[in-house]
Design a protein around this ligand. Sequence first.
Ligand SMILES: *Cc1c(COP(=O)(O)O)cnc(C)c1O
Length: 460
Amino acid sequence: MGVKYIPEPFRIKMVETIKVLSREEREEALKRAKYNMFYLAGEECYIDLLTDSGTNAMSQEQWAGVMRGDEAYAGSSSYYKLVDAGKDIFGYEYIQPVHQGRAAEKVLFPILLGEGKYSISNMHFDTTRAHVELSGARAIDCTVEEASDPSLRVPFKGNMDTEKLEKLILQYGPENIGVVVMTITNNSAGGQPVSLANVRETAAICKKYGILFNIDAARYAENAFFVKQREEECKNMSIKEIIKTMFSYADTFTMSAKKDTIVNMGGLLGVKEDTELFQKIKGRTISFEGFISYGGLSGRDLEALAIGLYEGLDENYLRYRIGQMEYLAGRLDDAGIAYQAPVGGHGVFIDAKAMFPHIPYYEFPGQALAIELYREAGIRTCDIGSYMLGNDPDTKKQLKADFEFTRLAIPRRVYTQAHIDIMADALIAIKERAASVKGYKITWEPPILRHFQAYLESIE
Ligand SMILES: *Cc1c(COP(=O)(O)O)cnc(C)c1O
């Protein structure tokens, strides 16, 4: 009963006022937004849990770094500082800044993929899947079976199913697998961690068949914290040692720095040692992102990013951060509300299928719960389920996701215990009237990444 809240290891020096709209105003806002959370204005949201991406609060050190940012077009000192930090933490020879995670994907994937090729992952994040498909290739998810049962509490639900991986490689032909992607933590499976042992095994399979192994590294630090807690061989290692060891098994990494690096914008691409590959990356970076020493970012962004790379590794911070998730999950356990358990690193993924058993996947239970959370308490969240997954690129038919989650993504260093209690109270109130909640249908959608832009309507 009741998980203790771990106090914030910081105090607050600058505040941002937030306001709550009335119930009628929220209903109006939903209607205007066509029941798509991405069309709500930020100011219409009391607690904004749409994403933990770029919504972080920077530290006084990072803000001081912003003032020191060197805006030289070529060879800025902030660039060198960032490259040094990247080399030091990940142990890779080449570090390329880009403007965010999907930019890293856009630069790297067409080099590895194309028509007739495949990418296999423990689970492709939505933009990752999009960039695989935009290159003409196909994305195959290969998550461990345990991940699809939200109530099953096992330590590494984010893992790759390595037996299945080898079968898929043989089925499609090793020469057709352009890349294997390990997403740490496994975002779409609920911020679930991946073990060091699983990374090692996956790397060995990639090596055996000569396939490039890429880490999708957005949550490298949260993953390392879980590994330290849950994996025997790592319990006496520092967070930094765990990260360096894990990355030593891969060939490249793509990273959205808007997550664990605690900045508002940025991304990285890392190449362990392949000079030729890095040369190609530099060429594409210059075309799409800008010159290699800024990669679509300002000097001040590079500086804040270099500092954030280290702040994200602080164990006191990580204990508080993961502690917030555990506290919220504890309140949901007490109330009998199902979520992807044990709770992951960057948010709580509510099992909307369990909350609304009467809403089928093609009427989007995860989106229905997101709408109810806004209606109930002005909390903005998003669907991580069939609504986000979209249609099969070949048959155009609605795909059925393994889970129907509503994600409460928690921004870093932003909300307090009182806010977390409001989240729990809102979910408990919705559970009480769950049977009366209806599903939704799409009235307009674009062909790719539709959840950002689609229009919806309630099914009466
Ligand atoms: C956020 C994210 C991305 C994409 O990064 P952006 O910075 O949003 O472009 C890719 N992969 C994972 C796992 C992510 O969480």
